[in-house]
Write a protein that binds this ligand. Structure first.
Ligand SMILES: Cc1cc2nc3c(=O)[nH]c(=O)nc-3n(C[C@H](O)[C@H](O)[C@H](O)COP(=O)(O)OP(=O)(O)OC[C@H]3O[C@@H](n4cnc5c(N)ncnc54)[C@H](O)[C@@H]3O)c2cc1C
Length: 401
């Protein structure tokens, strides 16, 4: 039973210590604005959740501006090439050469998040692990975040000027907004991904995207010993339907190229991933600001989710800092959504067009399937040349500006 009520006060309470929360916390701290971050998990559990690995040049530049890019600059490796394979042909897409040398940085989200937690704690930042947000109560002059201290088994209330909902799509921030207060946009698909991590050295020096009548496949680089793979599967499939042997056979078939061999190894993580797009407009409700996956979900195609989360945090931090330092009218706070939403929609548009280009079309209509496969082939052909389409694709792929 919970006893002993604790009451804390701060300027900004940050709900969630994923990439958006920890970036926001670091920037607030570095600018002398009091904040408290809380997360329902402990540090090890947060580390174990990390999912992404591809960081855009734009994200690195924004982190650099706030002295938070060292972990990436010191540890990441870069790539400026990817490859599209279909049964007919393989296209090596040198996107760095189409963007004046811009590249992707490959560094695991878990490591980046944990490095940023270390930076925050070393500078005296307040972070409450194992504190689960339960309720957000908005008052005229402040906002109260009711949470549970899981270890001490006692309730805690944090009173703040503002709360940042950085607690992901399933968090409480999104649920605390009355439906009529925001517009939401959602897209769902009748296929999903099987996401696999295996102890297997990379089978290529760059990401591979397989376009095949049996469905999309992907091979992403993680490090010299671990690789990530994706397979498009039906929404009706379960993990039991996909034995390790079936996974490797499908990857070999869908990524096949003459003279190329897939490195195989022990599969240590296998999960299905729903594909979904979701955007909330505006990304604010009174004293609550929404950032990252709490405000928008994007399919993993194109690797935009972590990047949008970090970029939201940077713009939100800059908005709040100016608000505290220069006391503009409170309508100034609307700039956060106004700045971020056009970028979020551009990322959605890019990710959606890449997804539909690379996936075996939905639906049973064979003529429709054949037609859309030809459209995909046409787009892939355009990537093989320095067409306007290829340049635009490269720009949006490496980092939306
Ligand atoms: C398999 C996979 C691969 C991906 N690959 C990429 C990629 O290559 N590139 C890319 O850019 N993106 C990628 N993404 C997306 C990316 O991981 C997410 O977009 C990113 O983690 C969002 O960060 P966030 O801070 O908004 O939320 P999260 O990372 O979800 O963090 C939310 C935090 O809030 C905490 N929390 C939740 N509820 C509460 C509560 N009630 N109280 C307190 N704390 C709470 C959680 O414990 C968590 O720590 C991938 C996603 C997946 C699943």
């Amino acid at each position: 039973m919970m006893t002993n009520f604790t009451h804390l006060k701060t300027s900004v309470c940050i709900l969630g210590c994923g990439p958006s929360g920890i970036v926001l916390g670091n920037i607030m701290l570095n600018n002398g604005i009091d904040c408290i971050i809380l997360d329902k998990y402990n540090r090890e559990e947060i580390y174990a959740r990390g999912r992404a690995g591809v960081i855009e040049i734009t994200t690195v530049q924004q982190l650099k501006k706030h002295h938070l890019a060292e972990p990436i600059l010191n540890n990441a490796y870069t790539h400026g090439t990817c490859e599209f394979r279909s049964p007919e042909k393989s296209i090596t897409f040198e996107y760095a050469s189409l963007t004046g040398g811009d590249v992707h940085y490959v560094y695991p989200q878990s490591d980046l998040n944990d490095d940023l937690i270390s930076m925050y704690l070393e500078r005296g930042g307040k972070l409450l692990f194992h504190h689960e947000g339960k309720k957000i109560v908005q008052n005229d002059d402040n906002v109260e975040i009711k949470c549970d201290d899981i270890d001490a088994e006692k309730p805690v209330t944090i009173q703040a000027d503002f709360v940042a909902g950085c607690d992901g799509y399933h968090g409480i921030a999104r649920q605390s907004i009355p439906p009529e207060a925001v517009e939401t946009y959602t897209k769902e698909y009748n296929y999903c991904w099987l996401a696999i991590l295996a102890y297997a050295p990379p089978s290529a020096q760059h990401p591979l995207y397989g376009v095949h009548p049996d469905g999309f496949s992907g091979h992403m680089l993680r490090n010299s010993k671990i690789s990530r793979y994706y397979l498009q599967i039906s929404n009706n499939d379960t993990l039991e339907d996909w034995s390790d042997d079936r996974i490797w056979a499908n990857l070999r078939k869908r990524l096949a190229k003459k003279g190329w061999k897939l490195n195989e190894g022990e599969i240590f993580q296998k999960r299905t991933m729903e594909l979904r797009n979701y955007v909330m407009e505006p990304m604010r409700y009174r004293r609550l600001f929404m950032a990252g996956d709490a405000a928008h979900i994007i399919t993993p195609m194109g690797g935009k989710g972590l990047n949008l989360a970090v970029q939201d945090a940077v713009v939100l931090a800059e908005t709040l800092i100016r608000y505290y330092q220069e006391n503009p009218d409170s309508s100034y706070l609307d700039r956060y959504s106004q700045i971020r939403l056009p970028y979020i929609w551009r990322a959605q548009a890019f990710s959606y067009s890449m997804l539909t280009m690379l996936h075996a079309p939905e639906g049973e209509d064979l003529e429709d399937v054949r037609f859309r496969l030809k459209l995909s082939q046409s787009k892939l052909e355009q990537l093989a040349t320095a067409s306007a389409f290829a340049k635009d694709f490269a720009r949006n792929y490496v980092g939306i500006v």
